[in-house]
Design a protein around this ligand. Structure first.
Ligand code: C5P
Length: 283
């Protein structure tokens, strides 16, 4: 086998809390993560050429691309002699959107290289390598419903969340993750999510409890010119969403729906106003 194609799923934050700033400049977080059906397709091929080439739609496939960083980290950490690779990414997840679009491609490269070169490598080891690539990469290796703590790399798999439908809507601007973190004064945050309640609701399969606890503390520190995030949230709720929040460091907003028909109707309406609107479901 010389080539593997894998889906690389986007994630949503059902909750996102910031606990403290750490001496290393990162923040300790508590996040309940959920993968959704929106995905890139990542093909990794072993070639006879030289080095690593990466095609990633309109996103540069250079050394800054997390897919390339992941491939380099895989060889450096496993000790497997570096091989020439072609990485080909069919990109659907918007970049800089709070959906881990880059991290999930990096995670898919790690999983593909494991399949191609070292099938016996434990997932835990792949997640450890992922943490060297980016804070969200370990979660993207694992997927599903999970609690992510620490920088985001300490994972606990949860009972699968109820099978909600999610309408995702990204306004046409980007929010820089480091800039948003720099706006956080941990002691001044007030709208913290009830993470313990969310985890209890997940364990109990309590759909209403999960929906009631969807919350992202980053919404509190958005710059003033990001008001559209709140406008989209209101719009989703008006259109019948059972919960709505921003995901990650934004600016994508998601609405959760118990029923598919309501999600489809909201998607049809919102996609007329916003180019980057997606109809997805939890996976
Ligand atoms: O780990 P990653 O490269 O994805 O993080 C991007 C930036 O986000 C970091 O440089 C840091 O500024 C911020 N960050 C943070 N705390 C985390 C994760 C990311 O402050 N837990």
């Amino acid at each position: 086998m010389t080539s593997v194609t894998l889906p690389a799923h986007a994630k949503l934050n059902l909750t996102l809390d910031i606990l403290r700033r750490r001496p290393d400049g990162y923040h300790d977080l508590q996040m309940v993560m959920q993968s959704v059906s929106l995905h890139d397709d990542v093909t990794v091929s072993l070639t006879d050429g030289n080095g690593i080439s990466c095609r990633c739609g309109e996103i540069p496939g250079d050394e800054s691309n997390l897919a390339v960083k992941a491939a380099r980290a895989f060889f450096a950490e496993t000790g497997i002699p570096p091989r020439a690779l072609e990485i080909d990414i069919v990109k659907r997840i918007p970049a800089q959107a709070g959906m881990a679009g880059g991290s999930t491609d990096g995670a898919a490269v790690l999983r593909a290289l494991r399949t191609l070169l070292r099938p016996e490598l434990a997932t835990q080891e792949l997640e450890r390598i992922g943490a060297l690539v980016g804070s969200d990469v370990p979660y993207c290796v694992r997927g599903g419903t999970a609690l992510a703590e620490g920088r985001g790399e300490r994972l606990t798999t949860m009972t699968d969340a109820p099978a909600f439908h999610a309408v995702l809507c990204k306004p046409d601007f980007a929010v820089s993750t480091p800039v948003l973190f720099s706006r956080v004064r941990v002691d001044e945050l007030h709208g913290r999510p009830d993470t313990a309640g969310m985890l209890a609701s997940l364990r109990a399969g309590d759909a209403a409890g999960v929906l009631a606890r969807v919350r992202n503390v980053f919404e509190e520190v958005l710059p003033e010119d990001c008001g559209e995030v709140f406008a989209i949230k209101e719009r989703l709720l008006d259109l019948g969403a059972d919960a709505a929040a921003m995901t990650g460091s934004g600016p994508t907003v998601f609405g959760l729906f118990r029923g598919e028909a309501a999600a489809q109707a909201a998607y049809a309406t919102l996609s007329r106003a916003y180019r980057q609107t997606f109809l997805t479901r939890f996976v």
